[in-house]
Design a protein around this ligand. Structure first.
Ligand SMILES: Nc1ncnc2c1ncn2[C@@H]1O[C@H](COP(=O)(O)OP(=O)(O)OP(=O)(O)O)[C@@H](O)[C@H]1O
Ligand SMILES: Nc1ncnc2c1ncn2[C@@H]1O[C@H](COP(=O)(O)OP(=O)(O)OP(=O)(O)O)[C@@H](O)[C@H]1O
Ligand SMILES: [Mg+2]
Ligand SMILES: [Mg+2]
Lengths: 465, 465
């Protein structure tokens, strides 16, 4: 007889943890550092706070390969009534809104909690306070996997002694520092390249201290939440909007719930869909909704999607980061204008560093640093659209570059929704609009490199005479 | 202010549907056919029923690219009280047990329902009956995305007029037959290669009929559910077992809940963990559980994991499938002995077909047909361990093969848990134990091909004299 049953999202991701990057102890240690650091940076630079991030990885047991991973930030902190769900409920997040952030799934830190629970049995510890609070709050939390609910094992609070705000997250997991350390150090290094405005210090189990000091005070403008663009609409979204709208008419419901839709545009859309603008939103029938979705998706007279929800690094930040890390003889960066795919605005940025202390590349392609929403992508490069463009769409010889060469290429894709191929966030899918922008961005910085190499060549020949 | 919220698994996979393979209308049409066909085959061949599968894809609208996809099978059917959850609740499945099946996530058909809902608004229709029933049951179902619950829009039943059992699933989605048809046909063709014991007929929107007739009555032995093997244990699993066990002693709880653990072994494990075998399961403390997990994972005297839970194709089925599809001059197949990774038993099988009507391969590698749990894998070959082994670990020239050549290589990995890289089930992760077995299986069939090519060469030279 068949055993039919439902499982919670916590049980699902506990069972299939490899899908979220927790395939083995080495990858789990790497992913845990990632998830905590990405949360810490989201809590700072998305809110105009210059980040101070401390990462501590220590052996937690003399015999077993258990590691205590602690990440501290000076970010916005978390309200105490929110903490249990934030760390103890899978699919709970503050980032389910239309705004560019590193986090998006409501899963990251919970995966680390689950992995700690199943390998060491130890709960996660959280200390947090917001700037306006007088107290600091402390929690020990584990996850009830069956119910997908937090279990608060301990809680406490105390009065602030000094002006502190931020969050300290600590958990103990099985890991493999020997296997993982090169990648973890690479991840922190690559993070520092795109956050030259952050202080990042890491203490390792080998008693090393890795320190990336802040070199600029300029930060990317923080992203602001926006309403969806009509190009991203679908039947279910429109239905949900109309059912929950408190507006008296469908016209006002459209204007309130979509960007780039003012009264004139809304009236135009409704006319084309053959719908009376004055009827109430909840009275729309199935056929009308489908007609309206089709009209909204094919209408060609909207203002383009707002880019206030995306937060590119900017050329100043990219160049500062590449300069600090590689001390190149030549550096350039470009931030493309906003584009969209499926109603989501996105920007592609590229940076190029050449010569100086830039290490020699592979014999067949430039050293390529992939980024998505400011997150360094280190694995699965074979299935990433950036890798594909660099290999197949750029004729490097046209830019006077032959490999190996002392050249580093940085490519950053940022969006309200980066089309990741999996919840482990390691590679970007080959979406045509995005691919096109990546190619244009890389060609742009490659052209500028060519200009430099040509001038350098001329100067060299002039000197010879 | 931050907007903290929880979402249901239905909303999560609706929001991030590209992660499950529903990235665009062409891929969605492909994935919908896949999910329905895989469910139909699971309902037949895992239960000793020779499959009769009918696939119908028709244009559902004169203007819009809407397609009605219907799959009918002669399988075990679904109880009427189960149908709403089976099709309307994400993370509901009969395949969350330790047994090899194509399905595993409890997500597949629900993704298709969600996609139909958001692109056409139409519900899924299900007709089903079990062999022993006198009635046939009918449902029209949509998903309440917010609550992750089914909404039954219509239901009915009627008396059977003839001895029918099985399931008919029909839904209407936006698709792109022009872009998807080559891949859909390839998928059905590749399915037929490993199910030569099935009748599969497909009716396409171009009014074509594709028919793969049953050519053998031999089926792989159906898999049988097993208890977990101690090598796959973790702290959370052991805790859940001990808390829910009705056994009076920890000794009996171990014997009841794990395979390869009889009384002698259980006593040995408990002794090594310093635990009294007569205490009740729920009285174990945290430290004891962790000690016991460590002992169980490192103990070296178990019987190896049972392979009754896995269901390899077998060499007869593989050869019949390759012969029917390619009419080669040479065909061979091998089924390796069971192996394990992380407590999960797995088997790698390989088949090779050469000459005859086998098409010419690429200039650098053999045409490779990847399969996992009898499912053909068509996308993401770049990140699949099989591709990696074929390219990097096999010196084809040692087997007298130089490309291009009229050679097809089939590789099948089957397990109680195939280490897929994503919920879209397109590529297998590089797990060391699995990689090793793939290499050994391919080497084996390549050796036999070499034997044939050597004999053929000798015969050719003998004839020349
Ligand atoms: N260091 C932190 N400072 C402030 N808020 C935090 C911090 N860490 C976690 N949070 C809060 O907890 C929530 C859950 O974090 P989690 O990592 O599970 O999901 P996410 O970051 O939203 O998405 P993703 O799964 O993509 O990481 C976050 O959305 C955020 O609101
Ligand atoms: N044609 C069918 N015949 C019998 N049972 C079916 C059929 N289709 C679906 N089911 C039942 O519905 C359940 C849910 O199907 P669904 O495709 O969502 O998940 P799954 O097949 O278990 O896993 P996966 O997400 O990997 O496909 C199945 O587990 C099975 O019990
Ligand atoms: Mg996160
Ligand atoms: Mg399925």
């Amino acid at each position: 007889a068949e055993k039919y049953k439902a499982i919670s999202p916590a049980e699902f991701f506990y069972k299939y943890k490899e899908i979220a990057g927790f395939a083995n102890p080495a990858r789990a240690l790497y992913q845990t550092v990632r998830e905590l650091v990405e949360n810490a940076l989201d809590a700072t630079d998305s809110h105009g706070i210059l980040p101070d991030i401390k990462i501590v990885i220590q052996r937690a047991d003399p015999v077993q390969e258990f590691y205590r991973v602690t990440v501290e930030d000076n970010g916005i902190g978390i309200p105490p009534d929110i903490v249990p769900n934030a760390f103890g409920r899978v699919l709970f997040s503050s980032k389910y809104v239309l705004k560019q952030t590193r986090g998006m799934y409501g899963l990251g830190v919970k995966m680390a909690v689950l992995y700690g629970q199943m390998t060491t049995g130890r709960p996660i510890e959280v200390i947090t306070s917001k700037r306006e609070y007088r107290r600091i709050y402390f929690f020990k939390i584990r996850i009830d996997i069956n119910k997908n609910e937090p279990i608060v094992l301990e809680r406490g609070s105390w009065r602030k002694q000094r002006d502190w705000h931020g969050t300290i997250v600590s958990l103990t997991i099985e890991g493999d520092w020997g296997k993982a350390k090169a990648r973890i150090k690479e991840y922190v290094n690559r993070t520092a390249i795109v956050t030259p405005y952050a202080n990042i210090v890491m203490y390792t189990p080998d008693n090393e201290v890795v320190f990336y000091k802040r070199v600029i005070d300029v930060m990317p403008r923080p992203p602001r939440e926006v309403k969806p663009h009509p190009y991203g609409v679908d039947l279910e979204m429109l239905k949900m909007i109309m059912e929950s709208s408190k507006q008296p008419t469908i016209l006002e419901a459209l204007v309130e719930n979509f960007q780039s839709v003012g009264e004139v545009t809304a009236r135009d859309l409704l006319t084309r869909a053959g719908i009376d603008p004055s009827i109430s939103p909840s009275s729309l029938k199935e056929d009308d909704l489908l007609k309206l979705v089709n009209v909204m998706k094919t209408y060609s007279q909207y203002k383009p999607p707002s880019s206030s929800a995306i937060s590119p690094l900017g050329t100043e930040v990219i160049k500062a980061g590449l300069n600090r890390m590689f001390e190149p003889e030549f550096v350039e960066a470009v931030t493309r204008r906003p584009s969209t795919y499926e109603g989501h605005p996105f920007i592609v940025e590229a940076g190029i560093a050449y010569g100086g202390k830039v290490p020699l590349s592979e014999p067949d392609k430039p050293t390529t640093l992939r980024y998505a929403n400011k997150i360094p992508l280190l694995y699965d490069e074979g299935s990433d659209v950036i890798t594909s463009v660099v290999k197949e769409d750029i004729a490097w010889e046209n830019y006077l570059v032959s490999f190996p060469a002392p050249i580093v290429l940085l490519v950053h894709v940022c969006s309200t929704k980066v089309p990741f191929k999996g919840v482990g966030k390691e590679s970007i899918a080959d979406v045509p609009e995005v691919r096109r922008e990546i190619k244009l961005a890389i060609s742009e910085v490659a052209r500028r490199l060519r200009g430099y190499l040509t001038a350098k060549q001329k100067e060299f020949e002039a000197q010879r005479k």
